[in-house]
Design a protein around this ligand. Structure first.
Ligand SMILES: [Zn+2]
Length: 337
């Protein structure tokens, strides 16, 4: 039998990864988010540039095999480790943007910069090395409001993307309300951090006003469904996001799973379970979320295409007009050649 020609499609873009968390696989089950975070912090403390170089190259090869051809690495382990991650990406042949995290308080000492100026100096060092960089105030938990203002201003001035975690867990919202009288995305808006180059990671518990603010600013949401499921974060309000025309992209985040098709399928699965309806997001739109929207979130102009094995068992008997539907609803990443 003649093997069918592969189907070439746009590569997937992983807009949110924490590479070192790959090593938590199988080690961090059975406890809540905050207990998981303790383990994650222990692991973060052990990282060295050598370790990052080795572990990230293997991880990025795993991503490449699964069809991700670019990754946004949300990085808070320090500058030598950021350079090691960029080298690992180069070796693995995956497009790379270092979303360098600003961390003003909490976490580990190695996450933190002494001032927002010291953070922006780090950003400029990496840019001078020729590494693609995005700004990443870690969260409203980790960044005081004056840091957010300064980073928002710099992003605007330099036309850089800005990524920030928000509304992943209810406790973070309660703490933000107690400190500022505002919810996290409201605070980001007030601090000048929302614009068309902004991507909010998670937004799991965003309320209508927060979503309105994202919609008005033209900002995106990066959803990380397999990680959000694993950590018990909750269900992202997919249908309310779609109603407002807010762009969505995907990320493998804690790297508990590396499968863009699974992330995309979950998005629609969540929407169906929440609404009791089907086809909230069409397969073609989901594929666009997985590639173009992720690329826009990282300001990528080019990223590699991928080839799909049309002779794969999962696609046997599928008619040509139904290929994209079958790809999204019925396949795993092993259909990528
Ligand atoms: Zn994250």
């Amino acid at each position: 039998m003649v093997e069918p020609e592969p189907l070439v499609i746009s590569g997937f873009v992983n807009a949110h990864s924490h590479g070192f968390q790959r090593a938590l696989r199988g080690r961090a089950e059975g406890r809540d988010f905050w207990a998981w975070r303790e383990l994650m912090l222990e692991l973060a403390a052990e990282q060295t540039p050598q370790r990052v170089r080795m572990v990230y190259e293997a991880l990025y090869r795993e991503m490449r095999t699964a069809g991700y051809t670019a990754v946004g690495e949300f990085h808070y382990l320090g500058l030598p480790e950021a350079r090691a991650a960029a080298e690992a990406a180069e070796a693995a042949g995956i497009g790379f943007v270092c979303l360098l995290s600003a961390y003003g308080r909490g976490g580990l000492e190695r996450f933190r910069q002494s001032s927002v100026r010291a953070y922006l100096d780090q950003v400029e060092e990496l840019r001078a090395d020729g590494i693609a960089v995005g700004l990443a105030p870690h969260s409203v938990r980790a960044c005081p409001v004056e840091w957010l203002r300064e980073i928002g201003r710099y992003a605007e001035l330099e036309s850089l993307v800005l990524h920030v975690h928000a509304d992943e867990q209810p406790r973070e919202i309660e703490e933000c309300l107690a400190e500022h009288g505002l919810r996290p995305i409201e605070l980001l808006a007030r601090a000048g951090c929302l614009g068309p180059r902004t991507t909010v990671i998670h937004a799991t518990h965003a309320d209508d006003n927060e979503l309105d603010l994202l919609g008005e600013a033209g900002a995106r949401i990066c959803v990380c469904p397999t990680t959000e499921a694993n950590l018990g974060d909750g269900f992202v309000p997919v249908e309310r996001i779609c109603e407002r025309g807010i762009g969505m992209c995907i990320g493998s985040d804690a790297n508990v799973r590396i499968d863009p098709l699974e992330e995309l399928r979950e998005l629609e699965g969540i929407a169906r379970r929440r609404t009791g309806r089907r086809n909230i997001i069409r397969a073609s739109s989901l594929l666009c979320f997985g590639s173009d929207e992720g690329a826009a979130a990282l300001a990528l102009e080019r990223w590699d295409d991928i080839a799909i094995d049309l002779g794969h068992a999962a696609l046997q008997g599928v008619r040509e007009p139904d290929l994209f539907d079958a790809l999204v609803w019925s396949c795993s990443a092993d259909v990528v050649l």
